[in-house]
Design a protein around this ligand. Structure first.
Ligand SMILES: Nc1ncnc2c1ncn2[C@@H]1O[C@H](COP(=O)(O)OP(=O)(O)OP(=O)(O)O)[C@@H](O)[C@H]1O
Length: 695
């Protein structure tokens, strides 16, 4: 019994777990099985499971082979795969084939000397490797063992590799145990090759060259254990290397994917500066293609005075500033050098360089000071038709590279529009906002264009990039452009035309690519007529113009926006969301909102903070709203504005008195009646007559 004689699992058990019952490897048994085989093949009624020397797995396989109609007298009849299928399978198993091929090459002499042929089968029984290229073996004319042949129980009956795949462990078949007579003088030993999950990926098989009809006892006893041990060792080596390689490939692929996600350039160099690895961001910075990266040296990209390589060789973990790029497009990068020294020689093995754009770092710094575009069109709220039309226009303009002019009163949402358009056009790029009205005229230039070191008193020693430089690849939002000094308007126009800038005190131009969104709350057309704004700049800016309506012209938005701001503010603070009473809402609707949405937002924050209960009432609104919406204003009467007769009409005065009393009484009618000095029922009647809401 050969199969059961070897209990071993190369994946799970140590090698010494293999136990070999050498009594089963005898000439006597070989001959006995030979006779059983003859009897079995001649007589359909024979049951091999009854034979005393028979292994039960082999006997079962004989029975299956007969049932499948395998011709035991045929030569190897396995089917050949189509060239396309074969190449697909070879590609799939390339790793295993390469490892096995290299191994058989190095062990060729040993395998030859022992008189074996090595096969590698895939998990379906397809020949992947036919003894490497051991041409010197005597080719057996009756065997067709070409690569790509499918040999399984259906075609060939009982074989070692088929049983090994079925039983998932090493298997050895002595001569007549094979179903086909063609193998009857060979010993075949098979061992599985498993992946890290314990799933068989291939089988290694050592087949002895044909022995004498029935080999001598000595030969059987030597060859049996020897070939089994050898094939298990080979399978173990192949399996270990295969799994190590797979693990290595997985780690390397994961590392490459990780490096590809990093926005900074990562370049690994050797002691001579040769590029060993570079991530996609690094390739963009050095303007390299993947295929040429390997042949390039970092020194080609460094200036003559660069100390980068010296620092790396010294093993210093430092950050330096370098200029990388080609010709005009050179840019400053902060390079973090991480050298890895050889453990024994302390010399540089490799250095990893992290390249971060200085502009981007500065932009990130600006981001921390508020220069970020957080709003999208989804954040802009309105139920007003005119507003929705202007928003639809903004959505359309958003994808255009042209400059855009946004006109609207203060607080209507001009910056909101600019951010939303930026987030459609170039969300990854910087969003740089400058308010031209909010800074002294003499500072706007350096703020916009930046300056070189030492160009004026108080300037930073190394100079500073301006907002235009920082907006490279993104959006420059110039708020209150109407307040830009005339002389700067000319410089801005030139920048928009040439797409290049020169820092204040500088001597070289730098390319910049950005989209300008300008905004104003002033009548810029009138300013042009009065020569307060350059006509040429206005024409350049006003090609795509968006007008945002004021809040007082979009009554329906007051309710929806006030509720939105109350909810947003309360959610942010984790507070319950109060209702806005009808009376308070009425006041909000009556107010003019000169500060537009920003003013409404502030008013609602005030209201939430003063409302004690869960309802926002008129008295929770800022005073200016109450005073402005009071039906009769004392100053109007004393100033003589308006129609005095109408204002002093008794009915109007009475209505105003009732509304004011209600407001002071929190809409509680009995209290309002008391303030007015009339009965409740009279007040109820008057509320009805004047159509005053009070709930
Ligand atoms: N339709 C809207 N939906 C939601 N929030 C809005 C809306 N319009 C304006 N806001 C909010 O109102 C505030 C003012 O908006 P923004 O700063 O964009 O106005 P602006 O027109 O640029 O003002 P200014 O001219 O004074 O700079 C912001 O907090 C913004 O989020």
């Amino acid at each position: 019994m050969t199969v059961a004689a070897y209990t071993h699992s190369i994946s799970n058990a140590p090698a010494n777990f293999l136990t070999i019952n050498s009594e089963l490897l005898s000439r006597e048994r070989w001959q006995a099985i030979l006779q059983y085989k003859q009897a079995f093949l001649q007589n359909e009624a024979e049951d091999p499971r009854q034979y005393s020397y028979m292994d039960q797995e082999v006997a079962a396989s004989w029975i299956r082979s007969r049932k499948r109609g395998v011709n035991p007298y045929s030569v190897v009849t396995g089917s050949n795969l189509s060239p396309a299928k074969l190449s697909e399978i070879l590609d799939k198993n390339r790793g295993l084939i390469d490892i096995t091929y290299a191994l058989t090459k190095s062990l060729q002499d040993v395998i030859l000397a022992c008189g074996y042929i090595l096969y590698l089968f895939d998990k379906d029984g397809i020949v992947l490797l036919n003894n490497g290229s051991l041409e010197s073996f005597v080719k057996l004319p009756e065997f067709d063992t070409r690569t790509g042949l499918l040999i399984n129980e259906e075609s060939e009956g009982t074989t070692a590799h088929e049983l090994c795949l079925r039983l998932k462990r090493p298997v050895q078949l002595i001569g007549p145990e094979h179903y086909c007579i063609a193998f009857q003088n060979s010993i075949a030993s098979a061992a599985p090759i498993k992946d890290v999950n314990g799933i068989i990926q291939a089988v290694a098989v050592l087949v002895s060259q044909p022995l004498l009809n029935t080999p001598e006892e000595d030969t059987i006893k030597k060859m049996g254990p020897h070939s089994l041990c050898l094939v298990i060792s080979l399978a173990t080596i192949i399996e270990t290397e295969f799994n190590l390689k797979n693990r290595y490939n997985t780690v390397v692929n994961a590392l490459h994917a990780t490096l590809a996600c990093i926005d900074e350039g990562i370049v690994t160099i050797n002691q001579q500066g040769r590029i060993l690895h570079i991530n996609p961001a690094g390739m963009r910075i050095l303007k390299l293609r993947q295929e040429e990266a390997d042949a390039r040296n970092i020194n080609e990209f460094l200036g003559n005075n660069s100390c980068l390589m010296d620092l790396a060789k010294k093993g210093e973990n430092v950050t330096v500033e370098e200029r990388f790029g080609v010709g005009f497009d050179k840019d400053y990068y902060q390079v973090n050098i991480r050298p890895i020294l050889n453990k024994y020689t302390q010399e540089l093995d490799v250095a990893v360089l992290k390249l971060s754009s200085c502009e981007k770092l500065a932009a990130q710094k600006s981001g921390k000071t508020g220069n970020v575009a957080i709003y999208t069109f989804e954040n802009i709220i309105s139920q007003n038709k005119e507003f929705q039309k202007s928003m639809a226009l903004a959505r359309r303009f958003a994808s255009s590279p042209e400059n855009i002019l946004v006109i609207g009163e203060s607080g209507t949402g001009k910056e909101l529009y600019a951010q939303a358009m930026h987030n459609v056009y170039c969300p990854q790029g910087p969003f740089m906002a400058v308010n031209c009205a909010a800074m002294p005229r003499e500072l706007i230039e350096s703020e916009l264009f930046g300056y070189e070191g030492g160009s004026f008193t108080g300037a930073e020693r190394n100079g500073r990039p301006g907002k235009i430089e920082l907006a490279h690849g993104g959006t420059l939002f110039l708020d209150e452009i109407g307040d830009m000094p005339l002389e700067l308007q000319a410089v801005l126009l030139r920048t928009l035309e040439d797409k290049q800038i020169m820092r204040v005190g500088g001597s070289r131009y730098k390319k910049v690519d950005f989209r300008l969104i300008a905004a104003t709350n002033r009548n810029i057309h009138k300013m042009v007529k009065e020569n307060q704004f350059r006509a040429d700049l206005y024409f350049r800016l006003s090609v795509l113009t968006i007008n945002i309506p004021s809040l007082r012209d979009r009554g329906e938005d007051i309710k929806v926006l006030s509720e939105f701001f109350v909810e947003k503010y309360c959610r942010k603070n984790g507070w319950d969301i109060p209702q806005i009473s009808l009376a308070a809402q009425k006041k909000l609707n009556e107010y003019e909102w000169p500060g537009n949405v920003r003013q409404l937002q502030n008013a609602m924050i005030y209201a939430v903070n003063t409302a004690l209960g869960d309802v926002i009432k008129p008295e929770n609104l800022p005073n200016y709203i109450i005073l402005e919406t009071c039906p009769i204003k004392i100053e109007d009467i004393s100033s003589g504005n308006g129609n005095l007769g109408e204002m002093l009409c008794l009915e109007n005065l009475e209505k105003a008195a009732i509304e004011t009393a209600l407001m002071h009484a929190n809409n509680y009618v009995p209290a309002a009646a008391e303030i007015l000095g009339i009965s409740r029922s009279t007040l109820y009647r008057k509320l009805k007559d004047y159509n005053i809401e009070y709930s």
